[in-house]
Design a protein around this ligand. Structure first.
Ligand SMILES: [Zn+2]
Length: 62
């Protein structure tokens, strides 16, 4: 019975998470910032993180 209760709460938490991970929401994968998102190549990261991560990927001066 206890396990049943646990799975129920897990399902609810997943439902809440899915709301934030929907296709409509565009947020930075690293810091969660929704402003200045770079959607190039499906990265979905903000400009700030793009500067940090972009260099390691191969982008410069963006
Ligand atoms: Zn970011």
């Amino acid at each position: 019975m206890v396990e049943e209760k646990k799975t129920k709460t897990e399902k609810i938490s997943l439902k809440i998470l899915s709301r934030f991970k929907g296709r409509g929401t565009r947020k930075c994968r690293f810091c969660g910032n929704a402003r200045g998102i770079v959607r190039r190549y499906g990265l979905n990261i903000c400009r700030r993180c793009f500067r940090e991560v972009g260099e390691s990927i191969g982008f410069r001066k963006f």
